[in-house]
Write a protein that binds this ligand. Sequence first.
Ligand code: NAD
Ligand code: MN
Length: 361
Amino acid sequence: MKTYQIATIPGDGIGKEVVPAGRQVLEALGAASNTFKFSFEDFDWGGDYYRANGVMMPADGLDALRNKDAILFGSAGDPDIADHITLWGLRLKICQGFDQYANVRPTRILPGIDGPLKRCAPEDLNWVIVRENSEGEYSGVGGRVHQGHPIEAATDVSMMTRVGVERILRFAFKLAQSRPRKLLTVITKSNAQRHAMVMWDEIALQVSKEFPDVKWDKELVDAATARMVNRPATLDTIVATNLHADILSDLAAALAGSLGIAPTGNIDPERRYPSMFEPIHGSAFDIMGKGLANPIGTFWSVVMLLEHLGEQEAANQVMRAIESVTATPALHTRDLGGQATTAEVTKAVCDFLGKQERVAA
Ligand code: NAD
Ligand code: MN
């Protein structure tokens, strides 16, 4: 019997509701399996920890995570603490500390979900967005001078390295190659950003030569937003810089029906460190503490976590459970126009997994 060591970090806001829900799903899977189970360690890092200790997580926090098989994360963001403190003090510390350079965001219109696009059949929207997750616009390079004076100035410098660009493009080409359509769109902005993005384009062309069976094209990021809305079926795998993909993937989540459904993985493809899985939504201050959060984004993140661990059959089971829930309007949470609670959706998914096990046995 294999025991996977899982770190859970609920963080703030609805993270405290959806991460325990995700853990329940993993526990239900472990209880039903005779080949693997999970051992959890929960970390209380986030806004409350900051109020008590002046930091979002302890200085040696990464050491406590280093030997885990995976991390399940909720959200960093507190109504009373500046967003750049919560984000940099927790989530980015882990992503950057563990060099989780590939952020992977699958998007599909799940059964029973009514997306906002009028002329888009569910099968027309089946994308994976790959986001560069270690440098670029969010490298943290920059500064402020003359603070508070009329001559105040500030910079955020986008750092792109050849190694960083090559590795994310190679990851994206490989991922595209593994999907049925073998189709990759490289997002750029080399018309206006004439240094780093030109290097990005050159490296894309160079890496593409390693993948002759992958069809690929380039699209400017602004044009890409229109293409996502008007011609969704022309896209499959998409790769973009940290900032560009951050924005495109929220658009993708909205086009697929709700921010509450979308999952993501912060992956270290070389497996030197644990990878981290999380819903893409934030703390959702407007609904936190009310039991209304949609846990599906976390459950889909659990699917990605299981795939990363090599437990493909368990991942498939959870995905089937998710699809059975979304196909049932009575199990839709408020963001999907329904009235179901986090607890009801979680119970439905766990019940489905229990039933499936009995059928399989
Ligand atoms: P948000 O995702 O928290 O909320 C946007 C809207 O979507 C809200 O109306 C919210 O109620 C709704 N929503 C989000 N997830 C939902 C779910 N699971 N079920 C139902 N409705 C859901 O984004 P925001 O308002 O821009 O940010 C709030 C805070 O979260 C900020 O502090 C921000 O920095 C932080 N944040 C953190 C992360 C992260 O840690 N990965 C990501 C995004 C935002
Ligand atoms: Mn974002």
